[in-house]
Each structure stands twice: as C-alpha cells, then as structure tokens.
Design a protein around this ligand. Sequence first.
Ligand SMILES: Cc1cc2nc3c(=O)[nH]c(=O)nc-3n(C[C@H](O)[C@H](O)[C@H](O)COP(=O)(O)OP(=O)(O)OC[C@H]3O[C@@H](n4cnc5c(N)ncnc54)[C@H](O)[C@@H]3O)c2cc1C
Length: 305
Amino acid sequence: MTEIINNYEMKKESTFKIGGRVIKAAFPSCIEDLVELLKTKEYDCVLGNCSNVLFTSSDINKSLIITKNINGYKTEGNKITVSAGTLGSVIARECLKNSLSGFEFLIGFPGTFGGMIYMNASAHNQAVSDYFVSAKIFDTNDNKIKILSKKEMDFKYRYSSLSKTGAILLEAEFELPKGDAEKIEETMNRNIEFRKTRQPSLKWGNIGSIFKNPENDSAGRLLDLCEMKGQKEGGAMVFENHANFIINYDNATSMDVIMLMYKMYSKVREKYTIEIKPEIKYIGNTGTEEYKIWAIMNSENMQTM
Ligand SMILES: Cc1cc2nc3c(=O)[nH]c(=O)nc-3n(C[C@H](O)[C@H](O)[C@H](O)COP(=O)(O)OP(=O)(O)OC[C@H]3O[C@@H](n4cnc5c(N)ncnc54)[C@H](O)[C@@H]3O)c2cc1C
C-alpha cells in the first residue's frame, strides 16, 4: 500500500526540521509498491529518512518518494539482506544478536540503507560498503530491476555509482564476519558514547556533517581553526562541540543555513585556500538566491533523479 499526501510539509520528515511543502509525497510500504511508483515517472527524487538533506523553506516544486516504511531484513548465517528503508540502527542490533561484526558504527545511526548506500556512509573506520555483496536496484533509464555487484557500485568516499546513474536502491545484501558478541557490544557502547559527547542530539535539528573532509584533512578541524564553533546566522548555529555540524536552534530557515554554510566555506577558503565541498544534499527551486549561493559552493550535489 502507498500513502500519498499532497502539499506535504518536508519539515515533518527532515531531521533538520526545515522544509516547505512539496507537490506530493508518496510513502510506499513495500518494494513492489516503490517500483510501481518509479515506473509512473511522476516523482523527482527518492529519499529515506531525510537525515542528510536540506530542503528549502519555500514551497518546493517537486514530488518525492519516501521509503522509510519499507523496512525489513532477512538473516541467514553470515548473510543479511536489507530493504532500502530500514534504519542502520535496526541492523546494528540484528548484527549484535547474531554476533556479526562490521556494522558496529551503525548503532544510533539515523540513515536508511537507501541513503547510506547512495553515499557510502561511514564512521569509526567502518563503511557500509565494507561487507557489501550486491544490490537490487531499479534502473530509472530502462525501468528494469537489476542486480549490481560491488564493483559496479564503484564505492568511494561519500560516493556510489547510484549518484551518477540515478538508479534506486531496493535491497542490499551483505556478508559479515562472525565476531565476539561482548566485543561487538563494547564497541557499540563506545560509539554511542562518542556520538553523545561529540555530536548534537536530534532534539536539535541537524543533518550530520555539513562538509566533506578534504583529502588528508578534516573539515571539522579546519572549521574549528577558523573559529566557527558557536557562529550564528538567524536560527542556525555551528554546534559548540563540533565545527562541522549546524544545528537548528531557533526555527532556522534554509536561507539561514545556506548563509552560515557560505560563511564556513569562505573562511576555510580564505585562510587555507581549500574549497570544502558540502556533504549534504539540497532540495530547492532553481533560480532562487539560496540556490545560487549553494551552486557556488557545490555543483556536484544538486539533487536530481
Ligand atoms: C546526528 C547525525 C549523525 C550522522 N552521522 C553520520 C556519520 O557518522 N556518517 C555518515 O556517513 N553520515 C552521517 N549522517 C548523515 C546521514 O545520516 C547519512 O548520510 C545517511 O546515509 C542518510 O540516509 P537517509 O536515509 O537519511 O538518506 P536521505 O537523507 O533521505 O537521502 C540522502 C541521499 O540518498 C539518496 N537516497 C535515499 N534513499 C535512496 C534509495 N533507496 N536509492 C537511491 N538513492 C537514495 C537521496 O536521494 C539523497 O540524495 C548523520 C546524520 C545525522 C543527523
């Protein structure tokens, strides 16, 4: 079954708690329904938990599919098959239950497998691609379901071939090594503690790290040296404990966030002649002032399907 809501306010979905109304949002509850929606060609973009997307605060001239209700997984020995809308933290707990190691970083992770595979999510020296075997995808060019190997996914830092081809992840298969349950739990507890102390809680709207790390450096380190922590623009503020996070501390608009990002980007460019690139995606309307500023910072991450 698919629920379709017209004039849906994306503020309700985004972990940033920012976003205007889209033309319609569709919430399929199974892979078959997702495929049917994709075949209609009526939708501009597929999203998971919206934990990496800045939506414009104005009305958005787009229709979206949100997969968060397509959650499910199957575990057989060392193999796990996961549906696109399943949250990382659900699979982290499943791995702990089965003493499988490799997904300890997913504990407390707000993204779905669709979003994580799309951008090869990683943390604590683990990446979602590490034990990836294959993906079932929908090819939006020829409307066919296909299986892609790890090689065809071409995983790199914050990149998979899905972002180039526009293919939609339906399901992914992983094969993880057996580990020691106690050690897995210990690592997960350490990871949770790290997130609690270093990253903002979702009580403050945020969408994770704002900029990608430049080669051999850390965007957080550079932004910290530029004294960005605590800097504000309207209702948006650079998080006090980590300079690569922006929090929505007081009804921030997308323009507040874009202006603050531009300040961060410009400071690093000025001081270190390094152009840091946004890690987050932006969904807005072409030709607007904020769209133009976004485009200066990044031409790679304009969201298209
Ligand atoms: C508090 C916090 C901490 C975070 N920590 C980390 C971290 O440690 N490491 C990290 O890498 N990220 C982190 N993030 C960012 C974010 O959670 C990840 O990028 C995650 O992978 C996004 O998943 P999502 O389901 O929310 O994707 P969305 O935000 O919904 O979408 C992100 C992108 O994926 C695409 N996409 C979504 N589903 C599909 C699909 N089925 N098929 C094809 N494309 C799809 C979308 O079109 C979009 O381009 C953090 C975010 C927050 C809020």
